[in-house]
Design a protein around this ligand. Sequence first.
Ligand code: ZN
Length: 291
Amino acid sequence: MSKRGVEIGKNLVCKVGAGDKTMFWIDVWSGEIPFRERFPLLYDLAKNKRAKVVDHYKRLNDGILWEWAWLRVPNTEAENHQAEGLLAVLNVTTVSAGSDNWIWKGKENEEFAVKSIRNTLSRNLNLNEPTDNYFWNNWAAKKCSTFAWRALKGRIPTATQLRQRGVPIPSDRCRLCDQEEEMPNHALVKCREANGVWEQIGCWVKAETITQQETLGEMFDALEDYNWPKKKKKMVHAILLLTTWVIWKNRNEKIFRGKSGEIFKMVEEIKEESFQWMKHKSKLLAVNLLV
Ligand SMILES: [Zn+2]
């Protein structure tokens, strides 16, 4: 959507009640831009960057007392200047009892509805045109498609992406191999096990060139070069979506549950699940397409 000039973060505005659903620094709730952009030095110092508005004030008899937990108290001239600015804004901001509501800008009287987004979008683009070249494959499970779509955009919680979002994690190195930073393409393509799985899957679907790519995006692009019948291409595409998901699932199980996933097990899982899909979705046995 941002490609089409629709900035969700800036159009979706919170009408704050008590501040129970609104993130103090990240959401737009007082003024035109989020506080993290308006007061970046303070945002850097804030201990909890995802705190809700309600976490930052106390109701006293004679009004509201705003307070924060800082990593370090603001003390430079520039930081103090921003702190004064923030307090000035908050002094004229009201919080009330009751829950917060989301509204779409320009529709302040209505509660947030998908329709409002659609209206704004349709002013900026032709809705019949695909938003990007991502192909939603209905043979793949929705969770796989959605995950791969996010992964292609780099929007998955690998160590580097979490750090970028301000999540305080001790290291951004890959916890499986400890060889590199855990960027999305490292976790899903380059890391030793991921790479091993792709090699076997590439061989299985007879698309070896996909395994010579550096990024997930290049892998999906490489698939385009094969001159296969439409159905075979769709099936292999679905298998790549599934593989992406299985690699990620394995990564999570290893990191968070200490399970010992192995390459051959992942490959087996992918093959088995693919056959199941093919039986249900394409009415053609995968085995016929793959030989
Ligand atoms: Zn790794």
